[in-house]
Design a protein around this ligand. Structure first.
Ligand code: SF4
Length: 381
């Protein structure tokens, strides 16, 4: 492959779940098993349509996300993987991730994923206590997760992420400590820790409105975050993004594409893309998505071309998510101008507030900036 090849990431959305978790506002649906076959037919159609558009690109990462991709039969995923290899130039060392949830996995399924070339598994666990799992609408118990994790190792997965959530209703600091200890004890290569955010149009959102749910207070939320940082670091995980921790060399290459504001194509209902300086997304409805593809058109809506200033602002906002921050040199190489020329005043102001710091070539969040990151992001929206 020549050095000219542009590299790009691919996101593939599978919007089906066995049940809807109470906190989830993703574009995912339970009770739609009857639409799985037509949806995947459409997905294969979209891959083919994109084949032309992405000519000349090398695919560096694929992320099959959802939803719960492991909810559907492995044959569907296999057809997608095969079609990607046929229509795209998949780089030899590509990182290929599939999201999976306990309660929808088996050794056979995991072995099938490995045989398709999927080399990274991202498992949704959230918490280790069965009563908490039940209270947030998860379909599995902790022990099922452990069994699936061990099956994944036996099937040959040597790069596994585990997703966790803190700040859950009725979750104590002790619960969170137990979760971190147990999960780190299993030694996955990567752990994500997200603070619960209660969104509208979710079961939790409705309960909050009705006064039936008490969210974790800010102080507890921050103590949990600091606990995650301290414990996971001492377990040997590098803290490389606000919510993400990895053993050295196992940072998620796919998500780094987003945080570095690089290009990616999103396929499937509601998937977002960033291509040729335009951000756009597919229609969210599964039916509309299937309809569009069956008519031979890409199901795109909401296109937003970015001008030079917007691109620079995004680069800053996303880059601050990384613990290493933004490289002043990289900014110059990418945009041909000095970061201080456009953002000098903001950088000074945020530095004075103690939210960011400049160390050598890097502009990054301080420890207190990590807790108040939204204040920093707001400056670049
Ligand atoms: S499994 Fe994931 S995508 Fe599905 S409802 Fe739960 S959180 Fe949402």
């Amino acid at each position: 492959m020549g050095t000219e090849t542009k590299k790009i990431s691919l996101y593939i959305h599978v919007p089906f779940c066995k049940a809807k978790c109470y906190y989830c506002d993703f574009n995912s649906f339970a009770g739609m098993s009857g639409r799985i076959a037509p949806y995947f037919k459409a997905l294969l159609g979209e891959i083919e349509l994109y084949g032309e558009r992405l000519k000349g690109y090398g695919i560096k990462t694929i992320f099959i996300g959802g939803g719960t991709p492991s909810f559907v039969d492995a044959e569907y995923i296999s057809a997608v993987a095969e079609s990607c290899r046929k229509h795209f130039d998949l780089l030899e060392d590509a990182e290929i991730t599939i999201e999976a949830n306990p309660g929808t996995l088996s050794f056979e399924k995991l072995a099938a994923y490995r045989s398709m070339g999927i080399n990274r598994l991202s498992m949704g666990l959230q918490a280790c206590q069965d009563d908490i799992l039940k209270s947030i609408g998860r379909i599995h118990k902790y022990q099922e997760f452990v069994e699936n994790f061990q099956q994944a190792r036996r099937a040959g997965f040597s790069n596994i992420n585990v997703d966790l959530i803190f700040g859950l209703p009725n979750q104590t600091l002790e619960d969170w400590k137990e979760t971190l200890d147990k999960v780190a004890g299993l030694e996955p290569e990567h752990i994500s820790c997200y603070s619960l955010s209660i969104e509208e149009d979710t079961v939790f959102g409705d309960r909050l409105k009705a006064g039936e749910l008490k969210p974790a207070d800010d102080e507890l939320d921050r103590r949990m975050y600091h606990m995650a940082k301290d414990m996971l670091t001492s377990y040997g995980y590098g803290h490389y993004e606000i919510s993400n921790f990895a053993k050295s060399g196992f940072e998620c290459l796919h998500n780094l594409t987003y945080w570095k504001a690089e290009e990616y194509a999103g396929l499937g209902a509601g998937a977002h893309s960033y291509l040729d300086s335009v951000r756009f997304n597919n229609v969210y409805s599964v039916e509309d998505y299937i309809d569009c593809i069956s008519r031979g058109t890409l199901p795109v809506e909401d296109e937003h071309p970015l001008d030079a200033e917007e691109k620079m602002s995004e680069f800053m906002m996303l880059g601050f998510r990384l613990i290493g921050g933004i490289s002043i040199t990289e900014f110059m190489q990418r945009f041909g101008s000095d970061v201080y020329a456009l953002f000098g005043n903001k950088i000074k102001m945020l530095e004075n507030k103690g939210l960011i710091e400049v160390i050598g070539d890097c502009i990054k969040l301080t420890d207190s900036g990590l807790d108040l990151a939204n204040q920093v992001f707001m400056e670049f929206i």
